[in-house]
Design a protein around this ligand. Structure first.
Ligand code: GLN
Ligand code: ZN
Length: 758
């Protein structure tokens, strides 16, 4: 009678089948029928994985051809005007990716994950109408295969919370307009079967919702539960606790509440209420956010604890969130070290864990079959082996990091910048770039061949060096003042460092959907981090030897390395980040000793790491700032430290950015004129700033005139002594044909402005 549940399953396919067919379709190399065929096969395979593992609650409508927030917008008929002349797949993919007449809808991060959803565009004048086809069809599709699914939906409150108003105003004003569409949907769903389970995702509740939003919960769920008595509604949250919302939900007729007990400890405070209201508790205890094997002994203990408050017959064992955020299956990890592989579980393996945990919990160890008993003892053994493995523990690292007391670099900003300006002698409005130059097919091929040992180290290095030579030659000819080497040796700004640090692991097939057809393969931190040898010094030394100008060293910061990796779950994130920081401080010391005078420490993902709940922000900022400062603590007064951040909204974090105390920060403000720079002035920010003067995300070549205007706009906010001029991010995704004229124009624009100023 064990009851178990999987919140949702990834959909891109274990061999990225969906990605491949979508990209063929977009390139007009295959038909939409073919896309649908692949999608059907994937759905069937994913359902069967769960069915074979003995999962009771398997989802439909967790699949999507692009994104399930977009699917929800389509379901509601929330179609922006510019797409209203289109239909079917043309409409769908145009909304997601734009077309020749209409720009794509915006995309943004799904809570604190690396998944990105399409931001719905709403307006008071919209009229909404139900399109239930996808949802109904997916249910029928599964049913025809003999699988009775629960139906997943994104809830109305979360949908509104994630949308934006194109006519200014509050999205929640549209609540009374979209709720009837959900009611109509539920009325159709009610006809599908005698009894239906509906999982309504409301993750917005974990953000510590305002009273205004809380006040919508009761009317919303009273109304939806009243549609039909044959629908059991479960409201699900994840990534944090949602105690405030649960307190309201227990007073509605919902059938169950899904809570994350791994990332929201405070959810235990809701247990008594849930018991009193006799609702089902879908207990998220198998982590959907990482790749580590569950510790079944610990999980069962957690469940036993929960069952002291909520009786066993009301409990259902679940993943903590959709498995969308984990890779598919360990099956294809043929090259991974077998000791490490034995510590891991991807989505398919996690489904089996849910099943086993529920067996052990509901039926007891004594009632397991011999196979199950073997699985359980394997699980215990794997956890013990991991805990005791010498690969994980490095006493030397632990002692050094624990005792690492150098938390700030020498000299305050005023002292440093005065000395640096004298030594480095750059002009006001100094020009530079963010680090990478176009990654040509030749560079990518050389790197890949070298990795496969099809290219010797000598030939590889020669190729990289000749790329660096060309990069330098171009930058000098163009008249840029602070140069970069162009990053040809780096496939990815995190992976490159991960590969050179001890304690880091890599997968062959650990793809996770990032958005649409795009996947990332994050490296994972399994053990104490140390740096066996210098990581960038040889390249930088070479590059500096080729020019008399300043060559800026290029590193990825500790917080970004952490945020774009899967992180070990046996240690606090801040402690892992400190280990990375200490390793980076050694790298900076080596770089300056090798004659590098300026070093950029990229923190592209600094903002992404922010906690979902305001009450946790201070703790995050404390270690994140500490570790950035530790990384640069070895820098001499004369060494100028730059940082770069890939976003433009600094209003809420400006004092934190200031506290990081970099000498120069480059940021992504190109698309907003000087609006977003104003906050720097408002708070009296002293350090130097390079607000990107053009948008590198577009192939467009900005003209000299428009960059002159842009620079003048910036000068209205900050004085020339404080400003740097640069593009707004790295250039690796652009083509040389775009980069060259753009940078030439940028340098020309600076010359014009300087002349006018003098
Ligand atoms: N230095 C990196 C680059 O130029 C920074 C990338 C980023 O900010 N995402 O590619
Ligand atoms: Zn960037």
């Amino acid at each position: 009678m064990s009851k178990n549940y999987v919140t949702g399953f990834p959909r891109i396919g274990e061999q990225r089948e969906l990605k491949k067919v979508l990209e063929l379709f977009w390139a007009k190399k295959t038909s939409f029928q073919e896309v649908e065929k692949v999608a059907s096969n994937l759905k069937q395979r994913h359902w069967n994985y769960q069915k074979d593992a003995g999962i009771d609650f398997i989802s439909s409508n967790d699949f999507s051809l692009y994104d399930n927030v977009l699917d929800t917008a389509i379901m509601l008929g929330a179609i922006p005007k510019r797409f209203q002349n289109l239909e079917n797949e043309d409409l769908y993919f145009s909304m997601a990716r734009g077309n020749k007449d209409a720009v794509a809808m915006e995309m943004t991060k799904w809570f604190n994950t690396n998944y990105h959803y399409i931001v719905p565009e709403l307006s008071l004048e919209d009229s909404y109408a139900l399109n239930a086809t996808k949802i109904l069809n997916e249910y029928k599709e599964a049913k025809a295969l003999g699988i009775k699914t629960k139906i997943n939906l994104i809830g109305p409150i979360t949908f509104l919370g994630l949308s934006k108003r194109v006519d200014r105003g509050d999205c929640y004003e549209l609540f009374s307009k979209i709720l009837p569409v959900y009611e109509a949907l539920l009325a159709e769903i009610a006809l599908l079967d005698e009894e239906i389970t509906l999982q309504i995702d409301e993750p917005i509740f974990v953000k510590g919702v305002e009273p205004k939003v809380l006040s919508l919960i009761k009317p919303c769920y009273d109304t939806l539960c009243a549609v039909s008595s044959n629908i059991n509604i479960i409201v699900t949250t994840y990534f944090e606790h949602s105690h405030e919302a649960t307190k309201v939900l227990v007073h509605t007729p919902v059938w169950g509440i899904g809570l994350d007990f791994l990332h929201g400890n405070k959810n235990v405070e809701s247990l008594a209420l849930i018991q009193e209201s006799a609702k089902k508790l879908i207990a998220g205890v198998v982590d959907g956010r990482n790749i580590w094997k569950n510790n079944i002994e610990k999980t069962t203990a957690l469940l036993e604890n929960i069952s002291k408050s909520v009786s066993k017959e009301n409990l259902i064992v679940s993943t903590s969130c959709s498995l969308l955020h984990t890779p598919f299956t360990l099956k294809y990890e043929e090259k991974m070290n077998s000791e490490i592989k034995n510590w891991l579980a991807y989505a398919v393996e996690k489904v089996s864990e849910v099943s086993l945990v529920s067996k052990v919990f509901f039926e007891g160890e004594d009632n397991l079959t011999s196979n199950e008993r073997k699985d359980l003892s394997d699980n215990q053994e794997a956890n013990t082996l991991r805990k005791n493995s010498t690969r994980i523990h490095n006493k030397e690292v632990q002692t050094r990091v624990e005792n690492f007391k150098k938390l700030t670099r020498k000299g305050n900003y005023e002292t440093r910048i005065a000395i640096q300006k004298k030594i480095l002698a750059y002009e006001d409005l100094a020009t530079t770039t963010i680090g990478s130059f176009p990654q040509t097919p030749e560079v990518r091929k050389a790197r890949a061949d070298f990795k496969k040992a099809q290219l010797s180290k000598e030939v590889y290095e020669k190729e990289m060096k000749s790329y660096i030579d060309e990069c330098i030659a171009f930058q000098e000819a163009c008249g840029l003042e602070v140069l970069v080497h162009g990053e040809p040796e780096r496939n990815d700004m995190v992976e490159y460092f991960g590969e050179q640090l001890d304690g880091y692991g890599f997968s062959q097939n650990g793809w996770v959907q990032s958005y649409g057809s795009r996947c990332v393969k994050p490296p994972f931190i399994y053990g104490d981090i140390s740096r066996p040898k210098a990581m960038t010094v040889e390249w930088m030394k070479y590059a500096q030897s080729k020019t008399d100008k300043i060559m800026k060293g290029m590193l990825t910061g500790p917080v970004t390395i952490l945020n774009w990796s899967f992180v070990r779950d046996d240690m606090a994130r801040g402690d892992v980040s400190k280990q990375i920081a200490v390793a980076l401080s050694d790298e900076i010391d080596d770089l300056q000793n090798a004659g590098i005078k300026m070093i950029q420490v990229d923190e592209a993902a600094f903002k992404e790491g922010y906690p979902l709940r305001p009450e946790n922000i201070a703790a995050y900022e404390e270690w994140a700032v500490r570790d950035f400062k530790i990384s640069v603590s070895s820098a001499n007064i004369e060494t100028q430290i730059h940082t770069h951040m890939c976003y433009s909204e600094f209003n809420d974090i400006i004092t934190t950015i200031e506290a990081m105390d970099a000498d120069v920060i480059s940021i992504e403000t190109a698309r907003s004129g000087n609006e977003l720079l104003k906050i720097f002035k408002e708070v009296g920010y002293k350090q130097e700033v390079g607000p990107g003067v053009y948008d590198i995300h577009s192939p467009r070549i900005p003209s000299v005139e428009e960059m002159v205007t842009q620079i003048k706009n910036l000068l209205e906010v900050l004085p020339k002594e404080q400003l740097w001029i640069n593009p707004d991010c790295g250039l690796k995704t652009r083509k040389w044909e775009e980069v060259k004229p753009s940078l030439e124009n940028m340098v020309k624009a600076v010359k014009i402005v300087r002349e006018e100023l003098s």
